[in-house]
Design a protein around this ligand. Structure first.
Ligand code: NAG
Ligand code: NAG
Length: 207
């Protein structure tokens, strides 16, 4: 019995802590939507810095372009964009020299006046998720309407919390603030599995 559990523990530990050739991508601010002109910091949280992890992205105009060479300012395995543009909307991921890839993150940049701040990483089943509907300029707690897959969920003040999410909460979310406009739509993924990098994602998940 004890031997089995020790073995379990050892294999779990090696899974969690010491796999080489893996990385998790995190983004700050931790939001899947950003305003044009925001600055953003992307970071590959890697186990093995010698693997040469670099940020890459796909946008509507370009494929697999690398931070530093084609866009952004890079320092090792992190990357900054000081003035993000709607054309920077796309899918971002880390890739090692050998071609291993991290999780990917979808970022939508709007030239409009309203964003929905939703989690960039998959949300764990059973956790709570808080969505914020924000205008570019304060006040940011204006009454907002929240939508899932095009249908109104609720009208409330600035933010809403979905308690104990499950698979049925997956979908395309957006919001609007009367007199200011509508946010882009972002997909929220619910997962039963811990994703590397999730522990750094504290903005929208309450435990
Ligand atoms: C980026 O684009 C390439 C070419 O279309 C595609 O093969 C790849 O899966 C895309 N990567 C991501 C993370 O979406
Ligand atoms: C990116 O921005 C962060 C926060 O402003 C800063 O600490 C870091 O040095 C910057 N990195 C690069 C590559 O410019």
């Amino acid at each position: 019995m004890e031997g089995t559990c020790l073995l379990c523990l050892l294999s779990l530990t090696s899974l969690l802590c010491c796999t080489s050739d893996s990385a998790g991508l995190t983004v700050s601010p931790s939001s899947s939507q950003l305003f044009e002109g925001d600055s953003v910091s992307l970071s590959c949280e890697e186990d093995d810095s010698s693997a040469g992890w670099r940020l890459r992205r796909n946008t509507t105009r370009e494929t697999r372009t690398q931070c530093g060479a084609d866009w952004g300012r890079s320092a090792g395995s992190s990357c900054n964009i000081s003035y993000i543009d709607p054309l920077d909307s796309g899918v971002y991921w880390c890739e090692s020299r050998e071609g291993a890839t991290s999780n990917s993150i979808s970022i939508t940049v709007t030239g409009g006046a309203v964003i929905l701040q939703s989690p960039v990483l998959p949300v764990m089943e059973g956790h709570d998720v808080t969505l914020h509907c924000k205008t570019k300029t304060p006040p940011s707690n204006l009454p907002a309407a929240f939508y899932k897959d095009g249908s109104l969920i609720t009208e409330t003040t600035g933010h809403m919390t979905i308690h104990h999410v499950d698979k049925s909460d997956e979908g395309l979310y957006s919001c609007d603030i009367r007199g200011h406009g509508e946010s882009p739509r972002s997909w929220i993924t619910v997962t039963g599995q811990e994703v590397k990098g999730q522990e750094l994602h504290f903005d929208f998940t309450t435990y």
